[in-house]
Design a protein around this ligand. Structure first.
Ligand SMILES: *[C@@H]1O[C@H](CO)[C@@H](O)[C@H](O)[C@H]1NC(C)=O
Ligand SMILES: *[C@@H]1O[C@H](CO)[C@@H](O)[C@H](O)[C@H]1NC(C)=O
Ligand SMILES: *[C@@H]1O[C@H](CO)[C@@H](O)[C@H](O)[C@H]1NC(C)=O
Length: 459
């Protein structure tokens, strides 16, 4: 019996390593292939890009990318580590340094201003320079900066915004709005002073500033309707009622701005979206949830399209312009999963964005399309613990913590479940002297070698 168990254990350990990986030639061939591909890059593609697709994984730091790669492989019944994300297949890679003019750990608003408008800015502000102070309306005038979406529009290209957050959330809003505060989703979220000083809410700016954005898809319905209007999908839920104090229906405003000889379509659900004749749609506004879209894991497949479906629809419409297009795609809820300490939600969002990147690649050619995948900031999401090959990505490390001898998951959040819980609550660390040697000792879970403390939290 004991012999059998040992044998089983050996078989089990042996099967950690796929058979082909035991052959040195496998790795040498792979290295040769990689080198050949790299050498081919010397024949640079110097074509001017007609189309640009920018994929932004909100909060998708390097640790998230690694864990998402493994999850993708495991969802395909592989061990995981060997799998490739679509971005892993891209020929060029670079690192960028992300901070806001007034913040070490940047937020999605200041960073969106940086990568969309080319100007570093303060935390919490969108489409304005660092001369603007957050939430101070009267610092805005004269400090607006324009985005690549606007430049593309002015060059005669079609433009689109696709996000899993509200369409007036931080990332997309830097493409079209100039706001001293990312939270000014509608006039309801603004101070009376800001309204009186003449600042406009972000939802209003979506339809005023660049009135002919061809494709807008995401969540955010409630900011478009007069206060207390019940939502079309959640009629009995008060938290999804319209918010606008000015009584405007921005869907009507959007429609009114469109030329009558153009085909403009507003849809709020997946079935209507997928039944559109895209060859005939000139302008598309799709608002699928009152606030942010559902996590991919919780998505209602009747009413909500996936990110991949939205990207597919957007490209089909935008591709009809012979002068090309610019499309911003945000996997916006990777960040939200991380904020909530929900690794599963965050990583499934990242895998879904990867699927959308693959779909965009299938629909376009690198000869005329530049596709960039990037992120705005990381999270306190860490990953370590000497897990064996193929360990379930949401599973436990194989050992106990060096510090408290307790088991730990290989994925941890530096600010959430996973850290030491005292009497059902997280330890209050406000009086801890972090400069002293206690730093390591305070790292009570998963702080052995191979585990590292991730970057601090952001939005
Ligand atoms: C701008 O508004 C702030 C309050 O938000 C006020 O304190 C300040 O005096 C105003 N500045 C100018 C130049 O009006
Ligand atoms: C909001 O709408 C509900 C139902 O449509 C109505 O009963 C209620 O009086 C309204 N509240 C306000 C403050 O207008
Ligand atoms: C989608 O929206 C249309 C238009 O409001 C509506 O007729 C249809 O019933 C909706 N479909 C679903 C599945 O909610």
């Amino acid at each position: 019996m004991k012999a059998l168990l040992i044998l089983l254990a050996e078989v089990c350990l042996a099967s950690l390593v796929p058979e082909k990986e035991k052959n040195p030639q496998y790795w040498r061939n792979q290295a040769q292939q990689t080198l050949k591909t790299a050498l081919k890059l010397q024949q640079l593609n110097t074509n001017v890009a007609k189309n640009i697709i920018l994929f932004l994984g909100d909060g998708m730091g390097v640790s998230t990318v690694t864990a998402a790669r493994i999850l993708k492989g495991q969802l395909q019944n592989m061990k995981g580590e060997e799998s490739l994300l679509e971005m892993d297949k891209f020929p060029y890679v670079a690192l960028s340094k992300t901070y806001n003019t007034n913040a070490q750990v940047p937020d999605s608003a200041g960073t969106a201003t940086a990568y969309l408008c080319g100007v570093k800015a303060n935390e919490g502000t969108v489409g304005v320079s660092a001369a603007v102070t957050r939430a101070q309306c009267n610092t805005t005038a004269g400090n607006e900066v324009t985005s690549i979406l606007k430049w593309a529009k002015e060059a005669g290209k079609s433009v689109g915004i696709v996000t899993t957050t509200r369409v007036n959330h931080a990332t997309p809003s830097a493409a079209y709005a100039h706001s001293a505060n990312r939270d000014w989703y509608s006039d309801n979220e603004m101070s009376p002073e800001a309204i009186q000083q003449g600042c406009k809410d972000i939802a209003q700016q979506l339809f005023d500033n660049i009135p002919d954005i061809e494709v807008i898809m995401g969540g955010g319905r409630k900011y478009m309707f007069p206060k207390n209007t019940s939502d079309v999908e959640y009629q009995n839920d008060d938290k999804y009622r319209g918010t606008r104090l000015d009584g405007k229906n921005l869907i009507d405003v959007w429609r009114d701005k469109k030329s009558k000889d153009k085909n403009s379509q507003y849809v709020w659900n997946r079935s209507d979206l997928l039944s559109l004749n895209l060859m005939e749609v000139d302008f598309l506004l799709g608002l699928f949830e009152p606030i942010d879209m559902m996590y991919e894991l919780d998505r209602n497949v009747q009413t909500d399209p996936s990110l991949t479906e939205m990207v597919q629809v957007a490209i089909k419409i935008l591709q009809r312009n012979p002068r090309g297009f610019f499309l911003l795609v945000e996997g916006g809820r990777i960040d939200h999963g991380h904020h909530e300490g929900k690794a599963k939600q965050a990583l499934y969002e990242a895998v879904e964005m990867d699927r959308a990147i693959g779909k965009a690649g299938d629909m376009t050619s690198p000869e005329d399309t530049l596709t960039v995948v990037t992120a705005d900031h990381s999270h306190v999401f860490t990953f370590g613990g000497y897990t064996p090959r193929g360990n379930p990505i949401f599973g436990l490390a194989p050992m106990h913590s060096d510090v408290d001898k307790m088991p730990f998951t290989s994925i941890l959040y530096g600010n959430g479940p996973g850290y030491k819980i005292v009497a059902g609550e997280r330890e209050n660390v406000s009086a801890v002297d972090y400069g002293e040697s206690g730093g390591m000792a305070r790292c009570r879970m998963g702080c052995g070698e191979g585990t590292w403390q991730g970057p601090a939290d952001a939005t």
